[in-house]
Write a protein that binds this ligand. Structure first.
Ligand code: TXA
Ligand code: MG
Length: 338
């Protein structure tokens, strides 16, 4: 165990000097910087090798902080914050003019969340300003759910990591765009997560707030939502038909891999160098909460075993909103879906 108060002080100092640190949260680890130091925000993008078009989430420890970074904090945001914060819900709201446009990638909105992790909340408190933090992985790669994942990912950059143990939830927060209208609130789920659409509906209904969900297909509104993401260093193949035996899946994959483009939306598609000869099977718990918690860690472990591909068999029983949140990540991490 690290000495938490000493480490908090160290993290606070690094942040004040314009550095970035590894931040534990309940979802995944973040790569954090102070929102009021532009060079530190730039450092997040450079360290992560993330394109500047993909906006960062602003992490707060109090509702006052959240209100300060938004131009309009309406009744729906208040109700949702009271119900789900601290917790894995990011709300996309109108940006206050004081928020650096590098954080929001030039958008007029800002993504905000209050993480449910003692160390994260303490650090934001001692920093005295919100911290911008994307997940602490290189752009397009598998997200980190332990301090060691972050240390390994940024070994070269020597990033200091606050160790908060393994992440409880294991996938990133739900991202929800909240648009307050004259008498109805328009909502769009930009990224699925632990907070489900049904949870949001229930909370707003009981608060008597009029709302509607709308699908967003407008890339400008959600520039960070790529077809691929979270990719492990060896190709992941998701098999949706249990009749396809592993050897057969490998054979099909070998014939299809060559047709795949090298890159989709700036994300490099992972392909085997000399064809697929060996495979490992990724196995997850039957409980969707456990499966979600262990997903990124197991994906990293299986990838490190050194075979040519990873197979994941999707079970017909794995249905429902929770599984959908996990499959969103699995499918994006996959080079192929059979
Ligand atoms: O659980 C999480 O959300 C983690 C932890 C560290 O808090 N963070 C995280 O950050 O997953 P990141 O950068 O990997 O993903 C943030 C997503 C991106 O897809 C980005 O496009 C979207 O949130 N986002 C952020 N601000 C936005 C905005 N103003 N409008 C639309 N989407 C936004
Ligand atoms: Mg990410």
């Amino acid at each position: 165990m690290q000495d938490v108060s000493k480490d908090l002080k160290k993290a606070k100092n690094i942040l004040e000097e314009g550095g970035v640190i590894g931040l534990p949260t309940e979802t995944v680890y973040g790569l954090a910087a102070r929102i009021d130091i532009p060079s530190a925000i730039e450092k997040i993008f450079l360290t992560k090798e993330r394109p500047f078009f993909d906006p960062l989430i602003v992490h707060v420890s109090t509702l006052e902080m959240a209100k300060k970074v938004t131009a309009y904090w309406g009744p729906a945001s208040q109700v949702l914050a009271e119900a789900f914060w601290p917790g894995p819900l990011t709300m996309v709201l109108p940006r206050d003019a004081s928020v650096n446009t590098m954080i929001t990638s030039g958008l007029e909105t800002v993504g905000i969340r209050m993480p449910k992790h003692r160390i994260a909340l303490n650090l934001i408190d001692v920093a005295g300003v919100p911290l911008a933090a994307p997940s602490a992985n290189k752009f397009g790669k598998t997200s980190p759910t332990s301090a060691n994942h972050v240390r390994t990912e940024f070994q070269k950059e020597n990033v200091f990591v606050l160790d908060g143990g393994d992440c409880d939830i294991g996938i990133e927060s739900t991202v929800l765009a909240v648009r307050h209208g004259a008498d109805t609130v328009q909502l769009s789920i930009l990224r699925r997560g632990h907070v489900l659409k049904s949870d949001i509906e229930n909370v707003l209904k009981s608060a008597g707030i009029k709302f509607e969900f709308v699908e967003t297909t407008d890339k400008r509104e959600s520039p960070g939502h790529m077809k691929h993401h979270y990719m492990p260093p060896v190709p992941l193949i998701v098999v949706t038909d249990s009749k396809i035996q592993p050897e057969q899946a490998v054979q099909i994959a070998n014939s299809k891999m060559a047709e795949l483009p090298d890159e989709i939306e700036s994300i490099k598609i992972i392909k085997p160098k000399n064809g697929i000869h060996t495979f490992q099977v990724l196995k997850l718990s039957n409980d969707p909460l456990l499966a979600t918690r262990e997903f990124y860690g197991k994906l990293r472990e299986v990838a490190a075993l050194g075979s040519d591909c990873i197979l994941f068999y999707r079970d017909v029983g794995q249905v429902g909103e929770r599984w959908e949140s996990l499959f969103d990540r699995l499918n994006k991490a996959a080079s192929l879906i059979l």
